[in-house]
Design a protein around this ligand. Sequence first.
Ligand SMILES: [Zn+2]
Length: 366
Amino acid sequence: MATLHYPYARHPEPGSTLEIAPGVRWITMPMGGSLNHINLYLLEDTHGWWVVDTGLALPEIRELWHRVFDSALGGKPVVGVICTHMHPDHVGQSKMITDHFQCPLYMTRAEYYQARAFSGGGSPHSSWASREFYLRAGMPGEYLDELRRQWEQRSSDGMSMPEMPGGYRRLQHGDILHIGGREWQVVIGSGHSPEHACLYSASLKVFLSGDQILPVITSNVSVHPTEPEANPLKDWMQSLDELLALPSDLLVLPAHNLPFTGVRERLRSLLSHHEDRMLAIEEHCTKPALARDLLPVLFTRRLDPRQMMMALGEAIAHLHLLMHRNRIERTLHEDGHYRFRSIDPDLARRAHPGDHEAPSESPVLV
Ligand SMILES: [Zn+2]
């Protein structure tokens, strides 16, 4: 099997930069948890720099950015900030940087407005709709209380949504940005977030993938109470399929893990990973199952409430795509829980429950 190659053994220290392709600098900013850091990129233009993704909204990240402004930009300003998508590790410092340099923010429309909507504060776990969502998934009422408690604590770890810049410039699929005499094409994916922007330079053979393609971890693809009937895994699989049209010899600059080559190998292994997970879930559903019953099929660890939320969201995403493909059916029972059942009468006979990929330890919180 072809493997991925990592031309850099380690990432630059936070606050320092490394030129990774002509006019492209790599920066990292620290993050808690197993992810350790987020990769951010600087693109050199004639009269300034473009920043791609910005790090969490924490004071220490702001300090590190000021170190970069003072030492790494050669006296030139930042002229534009691009955020690949609306997650807090990507948009956290977008207001600080665009205010500091009075430069525009570039995002897709769905990402910008979703970020604005979620940055309004307030727990997303206090509505009847949220309670119903977790009840349908088979969770006890106390779970939601615990989730709410954790949510209130998390505002101190930078993972809550920051205040966003008051306006933006819209990125759309196929747009070309002219930066430093080069063309960067906007490539949109979906599933991890609604309208995720990647940037592709054919002349440099470089692809800035954000969280749309990561080499080691699999991006979280979840159904959330805000859109309980969503089918994000369908969007995700379709996006990965479309990205298979990229040239095979690109250097991929992801938002987490290390830069790598082998984009098609990675896309194929992500696609087969999700197909395998879906088959494992479908086989489990030869007997009626609750969404929460499927967590051990996907994850081995005992999950804390927040991990449980991501894990349930992922399980439901796989269930929804299986429903869409007409492989399972869902029924609502008197206890308020949905039960999922395979509708293939031969599946029990053909199943190979011992032959699936091992479950992951826990979901990745990106
Ligand atoms: Zn993300």
